[in-house]
Design a protein around this ligand. Structure first.
Ligand code: SIN
Length: 344
């Protein structure tokens, strides 16, 4: 992989100037006018691939969740960030399944459109409480089986067998949205990887270090990309400063797209979505990005503590974690989404 020393130099000069480097780089990529130079943003399609455990998932298992055999996957590691894997790509089948698992729209077209415009996030499994920054056994619905199997197969191929998907957060980004600097540490077991699936428009993803002020590296996330943060990379600070238009052909919505995977086969575990729902979804992602993070909350046999502890660390200067460009920075709260905690 071509490493980028430029960002490190830029970060060093910013720290010398007394400013926090992650914050500065976040603002650099968030800037509208003039738009930022993107030449240092890592594009995984130009990186050297890393090996996966091709024996961990059989071809039949892969096919049943709508994936190609593992030997066909392309995975990349990030130098200096052991445990990070990004791979391309998921397909229309998975965008449909994610839509099915998260959004149920009312029949009225106008009401549906209004709700979709307001949609910012959805939680699955153990529903994350944005106010206390905790999960709790009292706020739980069964985690979607298809998304769990997908996650378990991806993690197994990356060398982490036995992953149990217990919580999911879907973030819905418009073209001017961003996600503030944070680390995902509310889960009680950090030895299990964190998975991130991206669909729709592209994004610049900043991956920093274990300390808030560590300079991040910028990388492109396209539709269908999966990022696995594991081992030492599980607790790294990260953020999404900018949404970018998907490059031509990268939405991979139809078989003519860049991703050629078979349609769901007999025995498929992927929930089907009606053509009508798919039409709404495919229209939505022409201008928006959907990201799903899947987490294992508890180690096997672990129980929630009697008194929940708050873990999540968000950039204190950014108060929220989610920046809705049009309306300025907003604090995410449990009442923020019309769909919060309503799914499965
Ligand atoms: C997250 O960190 O929760 C989401 C990251 C992304 O949208 O890529």
């Amino acid at each position: 992989m071509q490493d980028s020393d430029v960002m490190a130099k830029m970060a060093a000069s910013m720290v010398e100037g007394g400013e926090d480097s992650f914050r500065k780089i976040f603002k650099f990529y968030r800037r509208r006018n003039p738009p930022p130079d993107l030449s240092d943003v890592i594009d995984f399609s130009r990186c050297a691939p890393v090996n996966l455990d091709t024996a961990a998932v059989s071809d039949v298992e892969a096919t049943r969740v709508g994936l190609q055999p593992v030997r066909e996957w392309r995975a990349f590691g990030l130098r200096g960030h052991p445990g990070t894997r990004s791979r391309q790509s998921l397909n229309k089948v998975w965008m449909r399944a994610v839509w099915f698992n998260s959004v149920r729209l009312p029949a009225g077209k106008r009401e549906a459109r209004t709700l979709l415009e307001r949609l910012r996030w959805v939680t699955l499994g153990y529903h994350y409480n944005w106010d206390t920054k905790t999960y709790s056994p009292s706020s739980h619905t069964p985690f979607p089986r298809d998304l769990h199997l997908l996650s378990a197969h991806v993690t197994a191929a990356c060398g982490f067998p036995g992953f149990i998907s217990e919580a999911g957060i879907l973030n819905y980004y418009r073209s001017d949205s961003s996600l503030g600097i944070h680390v995902d540490e509310s889960e009680l077991d950090h030895t299990r990887p964190l998975l991130s699936f991206s669909f729709g428009q592209s994004a610049i993803f900043l991956l920093g270090g274990p300390r808030r002020q560590d300079p991040p590296r910028a990388m492109l996330m396209h539709s269908g990309d999966v990022m696995v943060m594991s081992g030492p990379s599980r607790l790294l600070y990260h953020a999404v400063p900018r949404i970018l238009p998907a490059p031509p052909g990268r939405l991979a919505l139809e078989t003519g797209g860049s991703i050629q995977t078979p349609p769901p086969q007999e025995g498929s575990v992927v929930e089907p979505v009606s053509e009508e729902e798919w039409a709404v979804c495919s229209r939505y992602i022409q201008s928006s990005r959907v990201n799903v993070t899947v987490r294992q909350v508890l180690a096997p046999g672990q129980k929630f503590p009697e008194t929940p502890r708050s873990h999540q660390t968000t950039d204190p200067g950014q108060t929220d974690g989610y920046d809705d460009g049009e309306n300025g920075k907003r604090k995410r709260s449990s009442s923020d989404s019309p769909y919060a905690a309503e799914t499965h």
